[in-house]
Design a protein around this ligand. Sequence first.
Ligand SMILES: Nc1ncnc2c1ncn2[C@@H]1O[C@H](COP(=O)(O)OP(=O)(O)OP(=O)(O)O)[C@@H](O)[C@H]1O
Ligand SMILES: [Mg+2]
Length: 506
Amino acid sequence: MTFATILSRSQQGLDAPLVRVEVHAGGGLPAFSIVGLPETVVKESKDRVRAALANCGYELPAGHITVNLAPADLPKEGGRFDLPIAIGILVASAQLPAGPFDRTELYGELSLGGEVHSIRGVLPTALQGRRAGHAQIFPAANLGEAALARHDRAYGAAHLNEVCSFARGMHPLPAAGVPHEGNAAPPVSDLADVQGQPRARRALEIAAAGGHSLLLIGPPGSGKSMLAQRLAGILPGMTEDEALETAAVRSLAGRGFRVEDWRQRPFRSPHHTASAIALVGGGGRPRPGEISLAHNGVLFLDELPEFDRDVLEVLREPLESGHIVISRAGRQAEFPARFQLVAAMNPCPCGHLGDAAATCRCTPDRVMAYRSRISGPLLDRIDLHVEVPRVAMEDIARAVPAESSASVAARVAEARARQVARQGRSNARLGGSSMAQAVRAEQSALALLGSAVERLALSARAYHRVLRVARTIADLAGSECVAAGHVAEAVTLRQLDRRVTPVICE
Ligand SMILES: Nc1ncnc2c1ncn2[C@@H]1O[C@H](COP(=O)(O)OP(=O)(O)OP(=O)(O)O)[C@@H](O)[C@H]1O
Ligand SMILES: [Mg+2]
């Protein structure tokens, strides 16, 4: 035989299109070429493959070896094609039988000694391989990740020799087996440490229950960052589908996916110097950004006004659509980005506006300039805006344990279960059409909301957001219908909208 085809997959966003690695071992002068739009790392593959084959005791065929990665118009990146190329050469030069590689996909970067090194993006690849009904051989180090796809014909190999002995029927390869169970309780700080702040604690509970976005505003040291960091400890658990989506995105990122993180809601807190690309994703070979890495979890932006305004503006679209499409010359990648935005800020540059214990030294112009770094449309997309006042020193010193994260989490889980049973998703994700059926508000509640909209000049978007928050408040109370009291509380939790002091609700 002088020709062989081995299957593999490329990586495009969360998609893993099939690639046929065709190898022709022909006559003529010795040469080795790889064609089919390969990037630099793939081009270097021939040096790694040549050395790995030699060091494992195989012969490189004497003539011209041509490797074609088809389809040619699909960009190919990374070292994942080393193993299929090496095996293709061995099959094409009749050093290995072709049969064992029929309907089998191969992945792995080779070291010069023949070890199979881990690759990125195994989970999306394993999911697509399972759907296609193909067997798959992954680097042994990625086997835990492949197991999450529940593919019973996914195997692992740590060395090129292991794949060769498997092909000769000498040694079976280890199968992926049962997926990791996931860590039940993520190691996060407890809400019991937070003294006072009943309003902010309540807002945090509502945000967790309905998946709502939240902005905390208060003077320095009042506990905003402390509260936000405790959100991860009260969020409801992830479903298998959510966990798979989140793990698939993580497996594409620089550090790759760690099996210990399985079923843990992401909590991402990028620094305010982050660029737009770091936040939404991008690069020559599109990679997921912070908003996608926070998919099904929390994106925490501490010191919100310190972020570049243009950087914040790019959040507007994914906040509504739940995904981001990154277009680069010749390629496009789509990543999911359904994240819960939590942000914290001071009320003014010195931080003491409205603070009873300190005097604010900012001029109205400076306060305006500071706040205008966050655009109206972005603010409009945040469901809850809550003030976090300073807690009296003696209260902090007393350090009486407050309600723990575990007991808040129990209420949150119950309220979320009601939402999923009713509409199959969290209240924050209720769309326009599903809204009317799901919300079921009493007449008095709608009348109160109508007058609040007029008084506060709320936008249509804010109207719907208040209604969704009111639905969550009703769910926390175990109520079928949204009552006037639920709407009243939801309105008080949008403080930045209250340009005039409302007489309702308080
Ligand atoms: N309500 C509170 N209960 C207990 N400790 C608190 C509380 N508020 C603040 N602290 C203490 O103050 C520290 C600072 O709080 P934190 O970092 O959350 O403040 P912040 O509001 O984010 O301030 P800044 O605006 O400067 O970022 C906490 O680590 C904690 O020790
Ligand atoms: Mg802070």
